[in-house]
Ligand binder design. Sequence first.
Ligand code: GLU
Length: 386
Amino acid sequence: MSQSEFRSRARRLVEARRLVVKVGSALLVDAKTGRVNRAWLESLVDDLARAHGRGQQVIVVSSGAIAMGRRHLGLPAGRLRLEESQAAAAVGQIRLAHAWKELFDERGIATAQVLLTLEDTEERRRYLNARSTLDTLLGLKAIPVINENDTVATAEIRYGDNDRLAARVAQMASAECLVLLSDIDGLYTADPGKDPDAQFIPEVREISGAVEAMASGPTSGVGSGGMTTKVAAARIAVGAGCSLCIASGRRPNPLRAVEEGTRCTWFLPGRGRTPHKVRKQWIAGTLKPAGRLTVDAGCAQALTRGKSLLPAGVAKLAGRFERGDTVSVLDPEGREIARGLVAYSAEDAARIIGRRSSEIEALLGWRGREELIHRDDLVMLRDFEA
Ligand code: GLU
């Protein structure tokens, strides 16, 4: 594949509304000193600031806490016990976050630290909370720098590798593009370090067993992910309608290099599978909505015009639901016209339906969302086969 073909594929990176970039420990942290590779990180932050400057919403997933902390604590080389890794992460994370913050500060960009565990991205309510925090941060033009919350994650609730975490973050944020910066420039038919006949694969449109077989174990001693976790991440990302690129971080300005057509491996979702569509299909396809909201005629009309569902338009509700559950929206004749993720529990919703959004705070005693179902969380069923 030629440079110009790579460049044209890289439009996905340049044009993504939301872009997630994952940086591995081996790139960020000098294996000998345990310090940040500052000059390299500066060049990456320049690339990220450029994406931010052209209006893209950028999320960073950064490893490196354990690698930084272990040196600082004087822990021995080799495999650490879980508690030691957690202690190292606690020491390293503060330094890691500081390095990102300093460099973004210099470029006038606000940085936010977000620490997540497997449960936060899988358990529905926590997932929705994390999603709305990310939405808010991105709306305010901050760049979230995310890592796994290693200090609280026990073996069962750990990702253990940030490739998969990055893919879950991309899915959660409905990102269009995820770049995994790695110490290798993409996927090969075999490990190129061991097999001189290994062929480079520029593009994967279907993650078959053969593709999985090409990915072998870890390739470096610092991070925890190898090609296997990258392909697993690609499966998650592509399933969510997000394009994923594995690119080399072993050069300055690695994102700019991809944009300019340097070779890398792209995993692409099927045609027309956008994060937006995948998410709406997921909402529409809920097997058993937890409750029902019956709306008045004016509100039903407004929904068909793409508006959010406000408490004022709801005449009655039924069912026991929690914030974040899927509920059905019925028109005055009782026909189901929409489904959506509700922003209030049934108990709280009962107190605010029929009332103006400006009254919510007085009615509940706290300031929640103006919408009962935000339009991003709402699907009109005539647009979908539920
Ligand atoms: N969360 C770990 C850290 O920051 C890294 C996991 C990984 O390398 O993928 O040290």
